[in-house]
Design a protein around this ligand. Structure first.
Ligand code: GLN
Length: 378
């Protein structure tokens, strides 16, 4: 077999998850809550099954859900997306991202990927013959150097992928970052793929800067979102994508022959649940408490930490503990200490020699306390 993706192995989330199970380790690696969605949402789901929404959903998604999404985005970010032509419900944000790349990236096109980068971007670009151009976030606070970014743009740049709040670093972009990006892209035809799956998980009163808030960005953007992250239901694999009509038209051509449509009963339930903003506006506060409890519990440990600004991930820096490479240390943590995390280097194709592990704090307090005990003992 001649592989189309010779450089691609098994995703780190599967590999580490398996190792964690084998060693009976506390699993703070893959990002998912260890608790259930709101019972009210679960009740809406069973109702949707009983009310007979058990055949194909419309190809773009249940209209009631697209309408609820449109209202939400307009209320939060002040931009109107037409439910009939500018919103598509997807099988999670990963499918939205894959489909966007499939619809636009041609052989030899360049796609700027900001590293560390979530691991699904690069293989999709490679699959369609594109070339990932990594731009690394700088320093131990992972800041974007906008002049470095600007110099990565060439006449071949077809797309830029951004992600705020950022997985794995837990940093968020400010209004200033978004304005810089808007300025740099202004006179280009570059498409922006904005991965905003953690949009509701931002801390310390800072706002989420959606590409939808910036007219010149919105005009060129696919914005991807996730109900799994927002409603503690990552196993449902339902998300969505929004873009201006001419862009979405191209996305739809791929979507219809890839998944056609996604899980119908869940969409009906989500449409109803989404109508009440109380169901997501407090998510940042909810996770901030977990972040604070976790950080407080390990403040005497030998790990260094800058509080996560968004997402449900916290990076811990371990250079005071060992010189080991992060993949080696992460493996040792699982085997010797029974605690699983994600080494950040797996999110980098370009040179990276920092010493960070990523811990998911979307867990009940008892699990976070046990993890803290282990971290304090290292
Ligand atoms: N987004 C999740 C994480 O970063 C993983 C999702 C997946 O495994 N595809 O942990």
């Amino acid at each position: 077999i001649t592989s189309k993706l010779p450089h691609v192995g098994t995703t780190i989330f599967t590999t580490i998850g398996q190792l964690a199970r084998e060693h009976n380790a506390i699993n703070l690696s893959q990002g998912f809550p260890n608790f259930d969605p709101d019972p009210e949402l679960l009740a809406l789901v069973s109702e949707a099954y009983k009310k007979g929404h058990n055949q194909y959903a419309p190809m773009q998604g249940a209209l009631s859900l697209r309408e609820a999404i449109s209202e939400k985005i307009e209320r939060l970010y002040g931009r109107y997306y037409h439910p009939e032509s500018e919103i598509i419900v997807t099988a999670g944000a990963t499918q939205a991202i894959f489909t966007t790349i499939a619809a636009f990236v041609r052989p030899k096109d360049e796609v700027i990927v900001i590293e560390p980068a979530f691991d699904c971007y690069e293989p999709a670009i490679a699959l369609f013959g594109g070339k990932s151009v990594p731009v690394s976030l700088e320093g131990n606070d992972f800041k974007m150097n906008w002049s470095t970014f600007k110099s990565a743009i060439t006449p071949k740049t077809k797309m830029v992928i951004i992600n705020t709040p950022h997985n794995p670093t837990g940093t968020i972009w400010s209004e200033r970052d978004m304005l810089q990006l808007q300025d740099i892209l202004r006179d280009t035809n570059i498409i922006l793929l904005s991965d905003e799956v953690y949009e509701h998980i931002v801390f310390d009163g800072k706002p989420h800067e959606s590409a939808a808030k910036y007219p010149d960005l919105a005009a060129r953007s696919f914005i991807c979102a996730s109900f799994g992250k927002t409603f503690h239901a990552t196993g449902w694999k339902v998300g969505y994508c929004v873009a201006p009509k001419p862009l979405m038209h191209e996305f739809q051509k791929v979507h219809q022959f890839n998944v056609f449509s996604v899980h119908h009963p869940l969409q009906i339930a989500l449409a109803e649940y989404l109508k009440d903003p109380q169901h997501y506006v407090n998510l940042g506060g909810f996770y901030q408490q977990k972040r604070d409890a976790f950080l407080d519990a390990i403040k005497e440990s030998r790990f260094k930490m800058v509080p996560s600004e968004g997402t449900y991930f916290q990076l811990l820096e371990y250079s005071d503990i060992t010189d080991e490479k992060d993949t080696v240390f992460a493996e040792r943590l699982i085997k010797e200490y029974k605690l699983a995390s994600i080494p950040v280097s797996v999110f980098c194709k370009s040179e990276y020699d920092k010493k960070f592990l990523r811990f998911c704090f979307a867990k009940t307090n008892d699990v976070l306390e046990k993890a803290a005990e282990i971290l304090n003992s290292i």
